[in-house]
Every structure is written in C-alpha cells, then in structure tokens.
Design a protein around this ligand. Structure first.
Ligand SMILES: [Zn+2]
Length: 182
C-alpha cells in the first residue's frame, strides 16, 4: 500500500484546548473519539503527523521536557487504542519572534514534506483555527475545519469559509476515508 499521510493540528483537534494553554500532561485530555479516529486512519493505511503552534514554550508556561511528557501521554493513550502518531512538528516561538514556522506560516509543513519526502499538495490538514486553514491553503493542501477547540469561534469570525466543516476529528476522519476510496 502506498504510504499516505494526513496532518492534524493538536490543541482543539486531538485534545481539549484551553485559553490558559495546555501546560502539563495532566491538562492534556483527548477529545472524545479523536484517538479512535487516528487508530482508524492507521488501520486504513494512513500515517498521521501533528503540526502544532506551541508558543507556550517561548512564553515560559512549560518546558520542552514537559511538552515531551504531554506527547508521551498522547502516544500512550493512542497506543491503547491501537494507533500512533508518526511525527510531531511544533513551533516553540512567540508570535512576535518573526520565525517562519508559526502557523499561518508554512515552515512546519515544509519541514514535514522535506523529512518525509511527501508532497503537500492535496494532503488533508485538519485544524480548528484560521491559521491552520491559511497554512494549508498556502501550500495547496486541503484544509478541513472541526468545530471542536476554537472551531466554532473560527466559524463565527469567518462565516464565508468554503472548506468542509465537521463536528469533530472523528467525523473529519470518516470523510477522509470515504473521499480516499475514489
Ligand atoms: Zn516558529
């Protein structure tokens, strides 16, 4: 089977988001159905990579070690469902740092594409924020919006979005699997 990838934002898509940031493994709580969605994708031959802004590191809210611990928890809970995340790309910088990796910039997407030797064109990218959609559109990927996390806020602030919109990651995953059969 040809290797296939899908890209997911993390906070508000895989796990519950918070305006106070997700600062510890304890605060990393999966959204219902999201781990099952990833396991289902894996079972159907898809690999999943995470593309995530983590400015909480630059802000001093948590350390790289703590971020690693959050991701260990994510992978452990996921393994219990029979799934795994293949790679995690994150931007640790502050919004005013001028880096080229913080979404809506495309640096993380390009890093993924380079390291996995995988084209960005037409890859699905599931997010809950306008910055996810913009990053995806900048590289001709296919953005999908979920209503979880900041999704409803994104919808109300951008009522004329013409991209597919889903209740949650599980619903978006069902769409991806169906669309990929044709
Ligand atoms: Zn960055």
């Amino acid at each position: 089977m040809l290797e296939k990838y899908v890209l997911f934002d993390r906070d508000g898509v895989i796990n519950q988001d918070s305006d106070d940031y997700i600062k510890s493994p304890e605060e990393w709580i999966p959204i219902e159905g999201s781990l099952e969605a990833i396991a289902l994708l894996n079972k159907n031959g898809f690999k999943v990579a995470v593309i995530s802004n983590q400015s909480g590191i630059a802000r001093g809210y948590y350390s790289l070690e703590t971020l690693d611990a959050m991701h260990e928890k994510m992978q452990r809970l996921l393994a219990a469902k029979g799934g795994q995340i293949e790679a995690i790309y994150f931007c640790p910088h502050a919004p005013d740092a001028g880096c080229d990796c913080r979404k809506p910039k495309t640096g993380l997407l390009e890093q993924f594409s380079r390291e996995k030797n995988y084209p960005l064109e037409a890859i699905y990218f599931v997010g809950d924020s306008l910055s996810d959609i913009q990053a995806a559109q900048s590289v001709n990927a296919k953005p999908l919006l979920v209503k979880t996390g900041k999704g409803l806020k994104t919808l109300s602030e951008n009522p004329h979005l013409t991209i597919p919109i889903f209740e949650n990651l599980y619903d978006a995953t069902t769409f991806i699997l169906t669309a990929s059969k044709f």
